[in-house]
Design a protein around this ligand. Structure first.
Ligand SMILES: Cc1cc2nc3c(=O)[nH]c(=O)nc-3n(C[C@H](O)[C@H](O)[C@H](O)COP(=O)(O)OP(=O)(O)OC[C@H]3O[C@@H](n4cnc5c(N)ncnc54)[C@H](O)[C@@H]3O)c2cc1C
Ligand code: SF4
Length: 600
C-alpha cells in the first residue's frame, strides 16, 4: 500500500491516523507493523528527505545568506515547508497582547510534521514527573506511573536511535543496556562549561539526542521490538541496515538525507509502508470526527486541499495526532447534539490546561575560548552535554521559592559562519573596523557560549484554547483562540535560570552583556515560543475531570484516541517528544489488543 488519493483510498481500514509527526508516525508504525490496515491523513504535502534535504548548501548560496525571515524563521535551509509561526490562510488568535499573555503557535504542514526539523533532544520523563501533585500538591498526577511507560521508552529508543549515558541521577532515568547509543565527544566549550559548572555544584552529563552515533543493532533489536512477528522483524532489520551513522558535519534542522537522525519520514513511515498495511493521503485537512448512531466514531471528514472538496474516510478506530492544539481544534469542531461543546468533552476540560516549557537564555563571551586553533566543531549539532535538574533537595527544603525544575542546554563552538557571525561585537571591540575588525572577528569567533533553560510549567485555569466565534481559515474551519498566563512559579524559575547561567559564565572567567535579569516576567520567553505545547485534552483517572484515560482513549467515545501531546497531564522540564512517542506506542498496543479481542 502506498500514497493514495482520496479517490483511491480503500473502504475497509482498521484505523485512521490523523497527522504524520511524532505521535502519528509512531501510531501508524506500530499499528501497521503489527498487521492493522491503516490510513494516515496528513494536511501537509508529501516530503522526500532523501532528495529535498539541503544538507551541504552553504549560506552564500541562499537569499540573505540563509538568515531567518518571517516566512522561514529558522533560516532558509530549515526543513519546515509550508509552516512556521504563521501558516498562510490558517490564522489563529491570541486573546492576550502583552508579552506575558501572548501565545505563539508553530505548525508544520508537511509529511512528518515538525519531526523533520526538531532539535532531536530526547529525554525520558522521570518517576516524579508522572506524580507531581502527589509531591507538591500542584497540577495533576498522571493516571500512569514511570514503570508503566518505561518499557515503551526502551522500545522507542531502540527503534529511533538515541545517544546518551546512564548516570544514576535523581529523577533522570537510566535506560536498560542496549537501548542507548554512545554519546559523541563534547566540544571544547562543553568541557570548560562542565568543569566550571561542577565547581558550582551543577552537574553536566552526556545529552540524549535522536542521532545515530553508530549504526543501529539490526540483528537484535527487531526481535525485541516485534516479538513473535517474523515479518515485521525482517522489514525492520532491512530498514535499520539502510540507516547510516552520523558524519558530524551538517545542521540537523535541515533534515538528514542519510537517515542518521529521527524524523518520522525517515524512521517511522518507510518500514510501515513496506509492511503493505499503510496508505497515506497527503494534502488532506481533517476538520471533524464523525459519529455513528451508536455513539462510536465512524471516521473523519477532511478537505482535499487540491480540489477543496469535502471528503469522508471510514475506519473502526480513529487516532488523532495532528499536534496537541490541532487535535483539540478538530474535537471542538466535531460538535453534535450529544456533544454540543465539542466531541469527547463531557468533562468540559477540552482545550483546558495548555502548557509550554519555561524558557530563558543567557549568552556570554569567554576569553579562555578566544583564538583557539581551527577545528571542525559541527559535531552532533547540539546537546553533547547538558545539565539535568539538580536542586531537588533545596526545593524540598523550600529554599527556591518556586516548584518544579529546569534543565540546561548548552551552546558553543565554531559552526559554519553565517549571517550573524561577527555581528554585534561592538560591546567587546569598542567598534573596530577594517583590518582590526577582521582580527577581532577571528579572535572572538567560537568564544561565545549560550545557556537555554527548559523548565516545567504547571497547568493553570487561565491557559487554554477555544474556538474563535468568528474567524475561519481558508478551508472554512473555525480557528483557535488562545488564552495564556504564567504563574509565579514559572516567573521565579525564569529569574533563577538567569542567575544560574550568569554565575556559570562568570565561573568560566567570561562576561555577559548585561546583568542577569531578576524580573521573571522579563526573563521568560513568550508562551508557545519554546514549541513544546502540550495539554488541552489531559489524561486522568476520572472522566469528570479529564478527556482520556491512561491509554489515550477518550472517555466518551471508546474508539477515539489521541496520540500527541494533548493528553499530557503535566509538562516536565524534559522535552516532550520522546514521551509522545512512548505514549503513542503504548496506546497503539492497547488498540491492537482490543481489536484482536473484538472490543473495538
Ligand atoms: C525548531 C523546533 C525544535 C524542537 N526541538 C525539540 C527537541 O529537541 N525535543 C523535543 O522533544 N521536541 C522538540 N520540538 C517539539 C517537537 O517537534 C514536537 O513535540 C513534536 O513534533 C510533536 O509531535 P506531534 O506528532 O504531536 O506533532 P507534529 O510533529 O507537529 O505533527 C503533526 C502533523 O499533523 C498534521 N496536521 C495538523 N493538522 C492537521 C489536520 N487538521 N488534518 C490532518 N493533518 C494535520 C501536521 O501537518 C503535521 O504533519 C521542537 C519543535 C521545533 C519546531
Ligand atoms: S549532523 Fe549527523 S544526524 Fe545531523 S543532519 Fe548531519 S549527518 Fe544527519
Amino acid at each position: 500500500m502506498p500514497f493514495v488519493t482520496a479517490a483511491s483510498q480503500a473502504h475497509d481500514y482498521d484505523v485512521i491516523v490523523v497527522g504524520s509527526g511524532a505521535g502519528g508516525g509512531q501510531a501508524a508504525y506500530t499499528l501497521a507493523m503489527e498487521g492493522a490496515k491503516v490510513l494516515l491523513l496528513e494536511a501537509g504535502r508529501r516530503y522526500r528527505p532523501a532528495t529535498e534535504t539541503p544538507m551541504f548548501q552553504t549560506p552564500e548560496l541562499a537569499p540573505l545568506r540563509a538568515t531567518g525571515t518571517p516566512q522561514k524563521p529558522f533560516g532558509f535551509y530549515d526543513a519546515t515547508v509550508d509552516g512556521g509561526w504563521q501558516v498562510p490562510g490558517e490564522p489563529y488568535v491570541s486573546a492576550g497582547t502583552s508579552d506575558g499573555e501572548r501565545f505563539q503557535w508553530w505548525r508544520a504542514r508537511m509529511l512528518g510534521g515538525r519531526t523533520n526539523h526538531w532539535g532531536r533532544i530526547a529525554l525520558r520523563y522521570g518517576p516524579y514527573d508522572f506524580k507531581p501533585r502527589t509531591r507538591d500538591g500542584l497540577g495533576f498526577d498522571w493516571p500512569l506511573a514511570y514503570a508503566d511507560i518505561a518499557p515503551y521508552y526502551d522500545r522507542v529508543e531502540r527503534l529511533i536511535g538515541v545517544y546518551g549515558s546512564n548516570e544514576g541521577l535523581e529523577n533522570t532515568p537510566d535506560s536498560p543496556p542496549g537501548c542507548l547509543l554512545p554519546p559523541p565527544a563534547p566540544l571544547v566549550s562543553d568541557y570548560l562549561i562542565a568543569q566550571r559548572a561542577r565547581r558550582l555544584g551543577i552537574p553536566a552529563i552526556a545529552g540524549h539526542r535522536a542521532v545515530l552515533t553508530r549504526p543501529l543493532d539490526f540483528k537484535s533489536s527487531p526481535a525485541l521490538l516485534h516479538p513473535g512477528n517474523v515479518r515485521a522483524q525482517r522489514i525492520l532489520a532491512e530498514d535499520m541496515r539502510a540507516r547510516t551513522a552520523c558524519f558530524w558535519a551538517t545542521p540537523c534542522g535541515r533534515g538528514c538525507a542519510i537517515r542518521a537522525n529521527y524524523q518520522s519520514t525517515t524512521v517511522h513511515l518507510p518500514p510501515a509502508l513496506a509492511s503493505g498495511n499503510l496508505d497515506i493521503t497527503t494534502d488532506a485537512m481533517v476538520y471533524e470526527v464523525t459519529l455513528a448512531g451508536d455513539g462510536r466514531a465512524s471516521g473523519v471528514g477532511f478537505i482535499e486541499r487540491s480540489t477543496r472538496e469535502q471528503r469522508h474516510a471510514r475506519a473502526r478506530v480513529v487516532v488523532l495526532a495532528a499536534s496537541a492544539c490541532e487535535s483539540v481544534r478538530i474535537l471542538l469542531n466535531s460538535r453534535n447534539a450529544r456533544f454540543p461543546h465539542g466531541l469527547a468533552n463531557s468533562s468540559g476540560r477540552l482545550g483546558r490546561y495548555l502548557m509550554d516549557t519555561v524558557g530563558s537564555s543567557v549568552s556570554g563571551q569567554v576569553p579562555l575560548l578566544e583564538s583557539l586553533p581551527s577545528l571542525n566543531e559541527d559535531a552532533a549539532d547540539g546537546m553533547q552535554l547538558y545539565t539535568p535538574w539538580w536542586l531537588y533537595r533545596e526545593q524540598r527544603a523550600g529554599r527556591l521559592g518556586f516548584a518544579r525544575g529546569y534543565h540546561i542546554e548548552f551552546g558553543g563552538g565554531r559552526r559554519m559562519p553565517g549571517f550573524g557571525t561577527a555581528a554585534g561585537l561592538e560591546w567587546l571591540t569598542a567598534g573596530s573596523y577594517g583590518a582590526r575588525f577582521k582580527q577581532d572577528a577571528r579572535r572572538y569567533y567560537g568564544s561565545f557560549v549560550s545557556f537555554d533553560g527548559r523548565g516545567e510549567m504547571i497547568p493553570n485555569d487561565l491557559s487554554y484554547c477555544e474556538l474563535d466565534p468568528q474567524l475561519k481559515d481558508t478551508w472554512g474551519i473555525p480557528v483557535l483562540r488562545f488564552h495564556w498566563r504564567w504563574s509565579q512559579h514559572e516567573l521565579r524559575q525564569a529569574a533563577h535560570m538567569q542567575r544560574t547561567f550568569t554565575d556559570i559564565i562568570e565561573a568560566m572567567g567570561g562576561r555577559t552583556r548585561g546583568p542577569a535579569e531578576s524580573d521573571g516576567a522579563r526573563a521568560i520567553a513568550p508562551g508557545g515560543s519554546i514549541i513544546h505545547e502540550v495539554g488541552g485534552a489531559i489524561m486522568g483517572s476520572d472522566p469528570a475531570t479529564s478527556v482520556t484515560n491512561q491509554w489515550c482513549q477518550t472517555w466518551d467515545v471508546p474508539n477515539l484516541f489521541l496520540t500527541d501531546g494533548a493528553v499530557f497531564a503535566s509538562n516536565a522540564d524534559k522535552n516532550p517528544t520522546l514521551t509522545i512517542m512512548a505514549l503513542a506506542w503504548r496506546a497503539s498496543d492497547h488498540i491492537l489488543d482490543r481489536m484482536r479481542r473484538r472490543e473495538l
